[in-house]
Design a protein around this ligand. Sequence first.
Ligand code: PRP
Ligand code: ZN
Length: 301
Amino acid sequence: MSPQNPDRIKIAVQKSGRLTEHSLDLLARCGLKYSKGRDQLICYGENLPIDVLLVRDDDIPGLVRDDVCDLGIVGANVLEEKRLAFAAAGDTAPFTIVRKLDFGHCRLSFAVPEDMPWQGPADLAGRRIATSYPHIVGEFLRRQGLEASVVEFSGAVEIAPKLGRADVICDLVSTGGTLRANHLREEDTILDSVSSLIQTPKTVPAGKAEWMERLKKRIDGVIQVSESKYIMLHAPRAALAEITRLLPGSEAPTVMPLEGREDKVAIHAVCRENVFWETLEELKQAGASSMLVLPVEKMLY
Ligand code: PRP
Ligand code: ZN
């Protein structure tokens, strides 16, 4: 590891898992070029004062809290678990959630063996629940006024019922593949999760703070771009109002005359939502022709 440089931003990212590729891709889209250190734990930013630390996702909230990292990208599931754990230890402001990102969608759900009946959370009473999220599950049980025992597993929670260590589990579900492979059935969901960018609540030096703001603006741009399309089409002048109305999430499209055509115009617009086939079909119905939908590469407002 190189000597700590206090002027460089350190951002913690999951080392290997569901969020790794998306997180590194997001930073690359923000313009960060990096090279991996020999220990494979740090990516050194080559063109921006930003270094990336590759760590276990569960460690990210603590690294941000303890000021080892200024920023972190981690799922709401881990954030909520750690928030409750830190609060129980008296720390009520360990990190600030500064952006919700558009990847890592998953949910924290109870799951039961395929042959076990389930009417609802009340069935948890007196049961043993295996989970890596003891604080979230504990809080849920308290709110529901249920008594059950929570068995903490740090990984491979899905095998707990087979091992006879628990009756039910509470774990993250994304595609549901892991549950199916272990003959478990998903029941009630207690948390919907998406990844977030977190920041240290402490004041950072001005130069670094400025770069942190720039990075957040770029992240906003990247998220907007992934949801945006540039659309070009020809429209009868008479249908202009209707066609403008049909363009998804666009403000003030550009309307241009078409050489030699009094009755038609060209419309160009940035749509802040994806443009689906259905929309194109509706536009065609309204009289639009020569439609072209293009991806947007960068956007800055
Ligand atoms: C979660 C969870 C399951 C898997 C579910 O692990 O613990 O193993 O994802 O995904 P699926 O429904 O698509 O099969 P995660 O990737 O968060 O790894 P970690 O718990 O080891 O950090
Ligand atoms: Zn994890």
